[in-house]
Structure formats: C-alpha cells, structure tokens
Design a protein around this ligand. Structure first.
Ligand SMILES: Nc1ncnc2c1ncn2[C@@H]1O[C@H](COP(=O)(O)OP(=O)(O)OP(=O)(O)O)[C@@H](O)[C@H]1O
Ligand SMILES: [Mg+2]
Length: 723
C-alpha cells in the first residue's frame, strides 16, 4: 500500500488503520527517532542553491592608451551588447554544456554585467573592452563575448572548473571496489535468517567461538559487551572495541584472536577467519545503514555470518552479485510461540509479573511508571538516555526471579539485543512520533516476549488500550517488505579530495556539495549526513584541520540538548588552541562533582553529563594526546552511572516531585495526551473538558495522538496561508 502523506495519512490512521510501509527503522534512542524524522524530510539541495558567488576583482592598473582603443564606448552601449548576448539561444545552450544551468546563468550573468559596467571603464579587462567596442560599432557579433563570460562564471563559481573531477570523486556507484583486502579473498557468505528469538545469533556465535580468529559486529555497545563477556566466560580470550572503549582479555601488547565490536568499528584491513554481522537488516537504516553495507562488502574474512530478518536476503544477494559471491541461507523458526492477546490491558490492575510496557517517549515511561506506582507496583525502567550500567542493572533486577520488581517499563531501546525475561509485551501505543509503527519494528518489539530458555518461554503481545489492539494485529499481520535500498556514506578520503578542489568551501558546504553531486547506483541511498552536518554547523567557525573537524563531526553525540551542544563547541575550541583537554578542565566545565538527583530534571542533567563524558572517551580514542585523561574520565563516568542508577532506583520519589522542566515540548505533549488517554481507559473522572477547538474535541473522540493533532493543525494552517 502506498504511504499516504500529510493530513490524509493522519486521518487515514484513525479511519482505516492501514499500516503504511514506512522507512523508519528499529532504533535504540528516542532522540535518534526524532532525528530520523527530520532526515526523512530532508532532501539533497541542488548544487546551484549551495554555491555562493565570489566577487571578481577589476584590474587596478589601466592599460596605456586605453581611451584611444575604446573610443566612444560607454556603459549604455555595453548594456545593449549584454542584453543582446543574454537573449541569444546559442549562448544559453553553450552555457548549459559547460554546467551553467538557467539558475546559475542568471547569477553569473548578473555578476558579469556588474563587472563590465563599473564607474571607471578602464578597470575592465582591456581585451573585453576592445571586443565590446567592436560589438558596439557593429564590427563583431555579441556571441563572441561567450569566452569572457565563461571565464568570469568560473571565477564566480569555482566548482564549474572542477565539476568533472568532483563527479569522479563522488562516484559511489561501485562501493565493493573500496575494499581491496576483502576482494583478495573468496569469501563464503552465510545468512542466518528467521524471526526474533529463533537462534540466529546463537548459531553464528557458535562458528565465532570455533574459529581460530573472529570478529563479532553488533548493533549496540551492550550487545558487543555481552558477546565479549560471554566469550571470555567460555574460556576463549576475546577483546572488545566500541566507539568509546577498548578492552583486552590480556593486555594491549597481546591482542586476542577474538574481538567483539560495534559494527562501525570493524576494521576492513583486519584479516580473520570468521566475521559475524548481527542484525543485517539494519542496512536499511537511514543513519547507520552505511556501517552494515561497509561491513558486508568490506569484511576481510573467509566466512561471513549474517544474522537478521529474511527481508534482507535478496538485497544482500544483489549487493554481492558484482563480486561473484553467493549466499547460503539458513532458515530458523521461532524457538518459542508468540501469540497476540485477544484483550488489551485497559487497566493497571491487570498488570502481571513478566509484563513489559513498551513506550515511545521518555515521558510516557515516566507516566506509566507513576501509574504503576499508584497501583502498588514498582517497575524497572529502561530508556535510551540511561548509561549502560544503569540499563544492565535495571534489566538484571527485572530478570531476577527473587527481586520484587517483576514489571518493566521501557522505550523501544529494548527492541534489539537485551535479554529480558518478558512474558507479555504491552504496546503503550502503535505510533512512534507521528508514524504508525512499521511492521518490522513492531515484530522486533513484540518478539522480545517469551525469550527461549527464560522463565517465560511463551510470549504474548498486546496493547494498553482497547482501541490499539486491532491496529497492532493489522500491523503484525502485514508482510514485511523486502529491503530494496541500503545505506552508503562517503569516506574521509573522498571528502578530503573534494575539499582539495574547493579550498574556499566550509566543511558544512563541502558536505552539502558532496551530497548534491554524488552518484549512487540502484540499491543504494546516501545515508543522510544530518547528524554529521548538525555537528559541523556548530563548529564551522572553529579553526580545525579537516581531518580533526571530520572526526569531531562523526562522533555519536546527540546535540538535541543545547547544553551538550555547547560543551561540544567548547571542546572543539580548546582543541583548536592546541591545549590538551584535561580532566580538570572538563570537570570544571561540568561543575563536578554532581549532586544526586532529587527531581527528574536533575536526573536528566546527570544523563547529559554522562553523554559529555562518553563524548570525551570517544574523542580520546581518536586523539589520545589531546585528550589524555581517559582513565580518570572513565572512572568519573562510572560514578555518574552509579548515581543515575540510584536516581532511577529512587525513580518513584522523583516522579512524585514532578516531571521537571527539562523535557522537550514534544514529550510534554506526549505525556498530556497519555494522561488524557489513560483517564479515558481507566474511566477516571475527567476534568471539565477544555474544549478549545474542534480539533481537540476530535482528539478526545478518536485515538489520534496529540502529536498527530499538532501536525494536522500545522498542515491546516499552511493550507489557510496558501492563496
Ligand atoms: N540451539 C539452542 N540451544 C540453546 N539455546 C539456544 C539455542 N538457540 C537459541 N538459544 C538461546 O535462545 C535465545 C535466543 O536466541 P538468539 O539470541 O540467537 O535469537 P535471535 O534469532 O538472534 O533473536 P533476535 O532476532 O532477537 O536477535 C538466546 O538466549 C540463545 O542463547
Ligand atoms: Mg540475534
């Protein structure tokens, strides 16, 4: 079914309840979702909209005897010649052939006219003046101005000169040729395909353990750490590499033959026997998809083991076709049954041990936790912003049969990887941001219920509200569409060569130009460089070498929060001065030591501080000389993680204080709407209706979310503004 857009889609979502085929992907963090949303509306701009015209200087010294040559030539005569020149179809055609389309032509011609008609004519190129003079006397045709115009245009828009080179550099049509090490091997590719909880990763890890040398590439730090711990526990020495951390089974002089890493960290130069690439369907991710494509095409191993959704099989085969590699597919069935309940939960009194309420905003997590508390249930809590230690501690508490805490409230951060003893997954809603959940995301989340080998082998999926149950059933019954396009991203070398041809362009402009000019073949899309660009904008004025700037901009920092963004800029500024980013300097900026959280805003502040420390560790891995205090910062991050853990433990008292003022307005809206929805479903007495508009009345009668309502309002306003 085609995805309807705008108002139609929103209205459709509550009248027909059709499940659209969305491009959203399962993600860890809510923040990533919001960024993805923005990305989905962002398109590569045309190059003519990106380039800034440069001013062309006049000659400072007039040629001797100039007056004699040009005779009675004046500005009026020049304007006439130029008007005629501009009207000639041949001129437009030649311009197009030289990469000057209509839009650029107008801008270049304006500049050319200004250049040709200054107050003092003697400052114009003498050759051009003589030609003008001849044209005005009727001795030459105005089309002869073209070489001068072209030359001028290239000075105004330097990219015109380098366009052919830029196209070659930004040709991303044959990415398999970027990995000579992998291309020197005839690799065997195995695809472990199946639904969630079918033992895909289990089987791939078996080969990982048996091999003499192997790398595991996981989608998340937590998963990579789990494989690292498990492998070492089995007596196989295994190292760990994530963006922020390098751990050795022995020490850095004795690297192990086994390595567990996040997918972005895979070295395509490292030759091993086996590489496992988990969650291969993440190829379709708008932000991170490039990392899976790179791992698939670039892993230098005899055997590649891919684990993931069957929806990725065909595209993987197509990507490997030009290399001549074939894929052996191994199908698995779910190891334990998963059923969809016939009834929604409807009331918190129906919550049972082993239940997990999955929410799509932090606010909704807080809200549901509060409601559970009011019903005498103390839940474990997991959301994306929490540090790994806290997440693991909360997961362990929930999993521990002896712990009184046996209900979990989480965001879809649990959608991938964490092993949780969930019996029943309860969807708090069927929309994420304003979009209906895509089938594959809903399947991933629902699949968390009933993990093989846990206390609750038989999983159940249901919804909080009665109205959502039908929607969930429809979504889950839809076929997952095969993946048709995978992400790809430019390498640093490509950006660097690009900058060589455009030395005046800022990094932000370079990125924009690259995306505008680059070519990709069928099956690929260029991963939106939105996150990178967002960071690049922040430090565009900070004088950093290109490589440093590029590295800073590839860091996985979430800049949605202004404070974190400000710290990022300060780090870049200090780096630019050549002074080391020391522990003392960093901690001074963060006003260390932190205070334990007594409100949700304070908890959020601790989370932001944790993100800053994480950023320090990330940069420190890449610039150890400039950020020399990684060990001390890591210690501090552990303290902070513990403090956040305590904060989450005392969550209920924080909730009692109130939501604080730190959350974004979207989340506030989300909370208000869930409060209203909850009042409806529990039959709690509603406050006198604040019926300020027909739209809000609509909201009360349907299950349209407040976010949908806002969008609807915006679209209607836009319509009104249009004549
Ligand atoms: N043959 C087996 N023997 C024992 N345990 C198994 C076997 N297969 C799977 N398991 C266990 O079942 C659980 C689920 O398996 P696994 O994580 O491999 O599933 P998956 O298909 O990768 O799921 P997901 O799509 O959620 O990643 C794990 O705890 C795993 O150790
Ligand atoms: Mg798996």
């Amino acid at each position: 079914m085609q995805r309807a857009t705008g108002v139609l889609r929103i209205l459709g979502s509550f009248t027909q309840r059709c499940a659209p085929s969305s491009s959203a992907t399962p993600s860890r963090f809510q923040a990533m979702n919001s960024r993805r949303k923005r990305n989905s509306v962002r398109k590569a701009a045309a190059i003519e909209d990106l380039v800034e015209p440069r001013k062309v200087k006049h000659v400072t010294q007039a040629a001797a005897g100039m007056e004699e040559w040009i005779g009675s030539l004046n500005n009026a005569a020049i304007h006439m010649a130029l008007d005629e020149f501009m009207r000639r179809p041949m001129v437009r055609q030649l311009a197009k052939e030289n990469g000057i389309n209509d839009k650029l032509f107008i801008r270049a011609f304006k500049s050319f006219r200004e250049y040709c008609t200054p107050e003092d004519l003697s400052s114009v190129d003498p050759g051009l003046l003589i030609l003008m003079s001849d044209i005005s006397k009727g001795g030459k045709d105005c089309e002869m101005l073209y070489p001068f115009f072209l030359d001028h245009s290239k000075q105004v828009f330097p990219h015109l000169e380098a366009m052919d080179d830029l196209r070659i550099i930004s040709d991303l049509t044959r990415p398999h040729n970027w990995y000579p090490e992998a291309r020197s091997i005839t690799r065997k590719i195995f695809f472990h395909a199946g639904p969630t909880n079918s033992g895909k990763t289990y089987h791939a890890l078996k080969r990982f353990g048996e091999a003499k040398s192997a790398v595991f590439c996981g989608p998340l730090k937590l998963l990579a750490t789990e494989v690292f711990n498990r492998t070492n526990a089995l007596g196989i020495p295994c190292d760990l590499v994530t963006g922020e951390e390098r751990r050795f089974a022995k020490d850095n002089h004795h690297p192990s033959q086994h390595l567990s890493s996040t997918v972005e960290m895979l070295s395509t130069q490292m030759r091993v026997e086996v590489v496992v690439i988990d969650e291969i369907q993440m190829l379709r991710d708008e932000q991170r998809g490039w990392a899976w494509t790179r791992a698939l095409l670039g892993a230098a191993a005899d055997e590649i083991h891919l684990c993931g959704e069957p929806a990725a099989i065909e595209i993987v085969k197509k990507l490997l076709e030009p290399i001549g590699e074939t894929v052996e597919v191994r199908y698995y069935d779910r190891k334990s049954p998963l059923t969809i309940a016939d009834r929604a939960i409807e009331s918190y009194s129906n919550i049972e041990p082993g239940d997990c309420i999955v929410c799509f905003s932090k606010r909704a997590v807080f809200f549901n936790s509060k409601k559970l508390e009011e019903n005498g249930i103390k839940p474990a809590v997991i959301y994306g912003d929490l540090p790994p230690g806290t997440k693991l501690a909360q997961a362990a508490k929930f999993n521990d049969p002896d712990d009184e805490c046996n209900v979990l409230v989480a965001t879809d951060a649990i959608g991938m990887g964490l092993n949780l003893n969930i019996r029943r997954v309860i969807f708090n809603s069927c929309t994420r941001q304003t979009e209906l959940l895509p089938t594959y995301a809903a399947l991933q989340i629902a699949g968390r219920a009933g993990r093989f080998g846990t206390a609750y082998a038989n999983g159940v999926a249901t919804t909080m509200r009665k109205e959502d149950l039908g929607t969930l059933k429809t979504i889950l019954a839809e076929k997952v569409e095969p993946i048709t396009n995978v992400g790809i991203a430019p390498t640093y070398d490509q950006i660097e060569t690009f900058s060589f041809h455009l030395p005046q362009a800022s990094f932000v402009r370079l990125l924009d130009l690259f995306v505008s000019v680059c070519s990709v073949s069928d099956h690929f899309f260029i991963c939106t460089v939105y996150d990178m660009r967002e960071l690049a904008v922040l430090i565009d004025q900070v004088p950093l070498p290109l490589k440093v700037r590029y590295t800073f901009c590839t860091s996985p920092l979430n800049t949605d929060d202004k404070r974190t963004a400000a710290v990022f800029v300060k780090m870049a500024r200090r780096f630019a001065t050549g002074q080391a980013l020391t522990y003392e300097w960093l901690m001074d900026m963060l006003e260390w030591p932190p205070k334990p959280a007594s409100t949700l805003s304070e908890l959020s502040l601790l989370e932001q501080n944790y993100e800053v420390l994480d950023q320090y560790m990330w940069l420190s891995m890449r610039f150890p000389d400039m950020l020399p205090d990684e060990p001390r910062v890591r210690e501090a991050s552990k303290i902070l993680d513990k403090m956040i853990q305590d904060g989450v433990e005392g969550f209920m008292s924080l909730l009692a204080v109130g939501p604080g003022d730190n959350s974004d307005s979207k989340e506030k809206r989300g909370s208000r709407s869930s409060e209203e929805k909850l009042a409806k479903l529990t039959g709690a007495s509603e406050k006198p209706a604040r019926k300020s508009s027909i739209l809000e009345a609509l909201l009360k009668r349907t299950d349209i979310s407040e976010e949908d309502l806002d969008q609807l309002r915006e679209e209607l306003n836009k319509k009104k503004k249009k004549p």
